[in-house]
Design a protein around this ligand. Structure first.
Ligand SMILES: *[C@@H]1O[C@H](CO)[C@@H](O)[C@H](O)[C@H]1NC(C)=O
Length: 334
C-alpha cells in the first residue's frame, strides 16, 4: 500500500515537472550556446567570449549596460558568431530604467544584421543596415495625430536601401508595432523575437505573469542565414539605463528552404503622409444632413437630461437647448 502511494506521488511529481518545463519554453533542447549570453558572464575584465562591445557598454556581474542614465551615450553588444539557423527564436531579458519621470530616452534595438560593430545614428548603430531590427523605443517623437503611446515596439526589415527616420519614429518603414509599458518595472522584463517559416513574431513578457503576450506577427518576411545578433542603445538629450540581462537563442525546426537572398518583406505598413487628420467630429458633421444631426443631438440631450434631471434640473436643460441650437445653427450655415 505504502509503495503504491509513493508511486502515485512520484508520477504526479513527474507530470508536474514536465508541465512546468513545457510551460516555460518547449525549445530548451535547441538552445544555441554560441548565440547565448547568460549570467554569470564569463570573461576577464571587460571581455566576454562570443560577444564584443562598442561605445559606452559596460559589463557587471548582473547586467550588460549599453548606456547608463546620462546624456549623449551610445553602446552596443554584438555576437561574434554568424547565425546558421534558418528559423530561430531569440529571448532577451532587459531592463530599461532611470530617474526621468516624464522625460527619458531613447530606447534600444535588437539586431539581426549583416554588418556588426558599426556605430551610427539608429539607436547607436548603422543606418541603411541589411537585416532585421526590433526597436524598443521609449522616446516620444511628436508625430502628428497618429502618434502612438510610448514606449513602442516595432520591427523593420531593410535591404540596405531604407533610411530609418527617428524623428518620425520609423513609423514610415516599420512592418508592424505595438505599445508596451516596459520601462521602470521592478520585475523582470522580456521580449521574444521569433522568425519561423518566414513569419516574424514579437512577443513580450513585461507584466510579471511569466507568459508571453503577442505584440505582433507578420508573414511574408525573408531574412537569410549568416547574419549577426546584437543589441544597441542611445541616449541624447534624454537618458535612461539600457541593460541587457540575457540573450538566449533557440533554433527551431521548420519547413522552408534555407534562404540566402537579401532581406525582404511582403508587407510594410502603408506609408502615410504627414497631414493633419480632420477631427472626427467635423467628419461626422459633413456626412450627416442637418435634420438627422438635430434629431441625434436632441435625443442625446434628452438622455443626458433624464440622467441628471434630479441633480440640476433647470440649468442643464437650458444649457442643453442653447448648445443644441448653436450646433444646429452652425450646421445650417455650412
Ligand atoms: C530593396 O528594398 C526597396 C524598398 O523596400 C526596394 O524598392 C528595392 O527593390 C530592394 N532592392 C533589392 C535589390 O531587392
Amino acid at each position: 500500500m505504502a509503495s503504491s502511494w509513493l508511486e502515485l506521488a512520484c508520477s504526479f511529481a513527474v507530470i508536474f515537472c514536465l508541465k512546468a518545463t513545457q510551460a516555460e519554453w518547449n525549445t530548451n533542447d535547441y538552445l544555441k550556446r554560441e548565440h547565448t549570453l547568460v549570467k554569470p558572464y564569463q570573461g576577464s575584465g571587460m571581455s566576454l567570449p562570443l560577444w564584443d562591445f562598442t561605445g559606452s557598454t559596460m559589463v557587471t556581474n548582473s547586467y550588460v549596460r549599453l548606456t547608463s542614465d546620462h546624456q549623449s551615450l551610445q553602446g552596443a553588444i554584438w555576437n561574434s558568431v554568424p547565425c546558421r539557423s534558418n528559423s530561430w527564436e531569440l529571448h532577451v531579458q532587459f531592463k530599461v530604467h532611470g530617474s526621468g519621470k516624464n522625460l527619458f530616452g531613447d530606447g534600444f534595438a535588437i539586431w539581426y544584421v549583416k554588418d556588426r560593430m558599426q556605430t551610427g545614428s539608429v539607436f547607436g548603430s548603422k543606418d541603411y543596415f541589411v537585416g532585421l531590427v526590433v526597436f524598443l523605443d521609449t522616446y516620444s517623437n511628436h508625430n502628428g495625430p497618429h502618434n502612438h503611446q510610448h514606449p513602442y515596439i516595432s520591427a523593420m526589415i531593410n535591404n540596405g536601401s531604407l533610411h530609418y527616420d527617428h524623428d518620425r519614429d520609423g513609423t514610415h518603414t516599420q512592418v508592424a508595432g505595438c505599445e508596451a509599458q516596459f520601462r521602470n518595472k521592478d520585475h523582470d522584463t522580456y521580449v521574444a523575437i521569433r522568425y519561423h517559416n518566414h513569419e516574424l513574431k514579437v512577443s513580450i513578457d513585461i507584466e510579471n505573469k511569466n507568459g508571453w503576450k503577442e505584440c505582433f506577427s507578420v508573414k511574408g518576411i525573408k531574412i537569410p542565414t549568416g547574419y549577426y545578433f546584437g543589441a544597441s542603445a542611445t541616449t541624447g538629450q534624454l537618458a535612461d539605463n539600457h541593460d541587457i540581462i540575457s540573450m538566449k537563442m533557440y533554433e527551431l525546426d521548420d519547413d522552408v528552404e534555407e534562404y540566402t537572398g537579401l532581406p525582404t518583406s511582403d508587407t510594410m505598413e502603408a506609408p502615410r503622409e504627414h497631414i493633419e487628420d480632420e477631427p472626427k467630429g467635423a467628419f461626422m458633421l459633413r456626412n450627416m444632413s442637418g435634420w438627422k444631426l438635430l434629431i441625434i443631438i436632441i435625443l442625446s440631450f434628452i438622455g443626458l437630461g433624464i440622467l441628471k434631471v434630479e441633480t440640476h434640473p433647470p440649468k442643464l436643460i437650458v444649457v442643453a437647448i442653447l448648445v443644441t441650437w448653436r450646433i444646429y445653427a452652425s450646421c445650417l450655415q455650412e
